[in-house]
Design a protein around this ligand. Structure first.
Ligand SMILES: *Cc1c(COP(=O)(O)O)cnc(C)c1O
Length: 435
């Protein structure tokens, strides 16, 4: 299958090129040129299938033309080897728990799939080339990418994070791994980390000396596999509610996760409608209300993985709906919540329903509570385990939050990082010395 750029100024790429490059050379985002619908027989049987089986059928629709069937099956089964249960929170609202993977956040799915597919494509090129993955993180992305890519041949990962600005539990998840994972502590903010990565991608001299790519949700191999669990959520929902289709609510930052859900609907998944839940970074909410997209600098909130002022996957949504604000509005509604509303939801749902939300999932729960119409039921994506945001959640509920087993192992590891000042020249020198 060919992949075109949302900016439409370059010729189409193969899946292999799109995955290795990440971003098209006109700075656009890659999009698959065709959307293969899944057959009705798949949906007739979906409630009898496992997460891995469902994911493999969906993966074939997207990647089946470009990856041999047994290889694709191996990649999918390897990626999706943890449970993603649908848990009832109230009689109308379900939580899709995406936090049972290695780093307890939904980004595990995309990062693990991308690592395996990229590793496979590099081995096919047989050029003895090392691909260097640069990733700037404020916490969650770094841990998912580092763990997803750990030990993959032909790939080196450099995780840049702001010194002293990520929680201990997050830091341990990408600074204790060793092998092909390098953690760089930058004396500065997340924006400084992102600036260093961007400068490296633009630096022609550096790019002739080493091959660089990114692992954020602009990469098709990272964002598209996230559609797998929408199908599994639907299958679990259907068993409980055979006569209605779910409303699905996605706590959103860069909009990779919800875009994967939209692709799921385009290939046939019967989702009634979507809701994008925002924190105070309400760019998409304003776009839905007014039809005008005006990015602005992000503001800090307690749902910080959604602190994004210019969501990168917005370009994909616009492209999917051929720039029709009407069509986008009829398919996706948007809401925005401030820190107090988020904290109140975490506290109230815990006290009343006995379910502990993380601050991101709380936005999703609130949105369903506010927007579900009579007769509708909804699923929100619980994007991370509340223990990942212990420092925020504990003062809200005034209780300790136990660290789940999948995260406890990291706490025993020893931190190993390199400290850099935030000056680009120093970063470049470090990369060249470590290629
Ligand atoms: C990354 C992240 C989000 C936002 O997902 P996008 O795909 O960027 O919209 C939401 N919640 C958590 C916990 C995250 O880590």
């Amino acid at each position: 299958m060919k992949y075109y750029s949302t900016n439409k100024n370059v010729s189409d790429a193969s899946l292999q090129d799109a995955v290795i490059k990440g971003l098209a050379s006109d700075r656009g985002l890659f999009m698959p040129e065709k959307i293969n619908k899944l057959p009705q027989s798949f949906f007739d049987n979906i409630t009898n299938m496992t997460l891995q089986e469902i994911s493999f059928e969906v993966a074939k629709a997207f990647f089946g033309e470009d990856v041999e069937e047994d290889k694709l099956k191996e990649i999918v089964f390897d990626t999706m080897n943890f449970d993603i249960p649908l848990v009832s929170v109230t009689d109308k609202i379900y939580s899709l728990e995406l936090f049972h993977g290695p780093t307890a956040a939904f980004k595990d799915v995309g990062a693990r799939f991308m690592a395996r597919l990229l590793g496979y494509f590099i081995s096919k090129e047989k050029k003895d080339k090392t691909v260097n993955v640069l990733v700037a993180t404020s916490g969650d992305t770094g841990s998912a990418v580092a763990n997803g890519f750990l030990g993959v041949d032909g790939i080196k990962v450099f995780v840049l994070y702001p010194k002293g600005k990520v929680s201990e539990i997050q830091e341990k998840q990408f600074t204790t791994l060793g092998q092909n994972i390098n953690a760089i502590e930058v004396d500065g903010t997340f924006d400084d980390c992102q600036r260093l990565v961007k400068e490296a991608f633009m630096d022609e001299d550096l790019n002739t000396q080493m091959f660089l790519t990114s692992a954020n949700s602009i990469n098709v191999a990272r964002f598209l596999p996230q559609s797998f669990y929408y199908f599994y959520a639907y299958a679990q929902f259907k068993k409980l509610n055979p006569s209605i289709d779910p409303v699905v609510c996605v706590p959103s930052g860069n909009f990779g996760n919800i875009t994967a859900g939209l692709f799921g609907k385009f290939i046939g998944l019967p989702i009634k409608r979507f809701i994008a839940a925002n924190n105070r970074n309400d760019i998409f909410y304003k776009y839905i209300k007014t039809g005008v997209y005006s990015p602005k600098p992000s503001v800090q909130t307690i749902a910080n993985a959604m602190d994004v002022g210019d969501p990168s996957n917005f370009a994909r949504i616009i492209d999917l709906y051929k720039n029709s604000h009407e069509d986008i509005k009829s398919e996706i509604s948007a809401v925005t919540y401030d820190d107090k509303q988020i904290a109140d939801a975490v506290n109230q749902v815990y006290k009343k329903d006995g379910y502990l939300l993380d601050p991101h999932g709380a936005c999703g729960f609130l949105a369903l509570e506010e927007l579900l119409q009579p007769g509708e039921k909804g699923i929100f994506l619980e994007t991370a385990h509340p223990a990942k945001f212990k420092d925020t959640v504990e003062p809200i509920i005034k209780e300790e939050v136990a660290i789940p087993e999948n995260l406890q192992g990291f706490m025993k590891g020893v931190k190993d990082t390199v400290e850099l000042s935030g000056k680009y020249d120093e970063f470049k020198k470090f990369l060249l010395n470590n290629k």
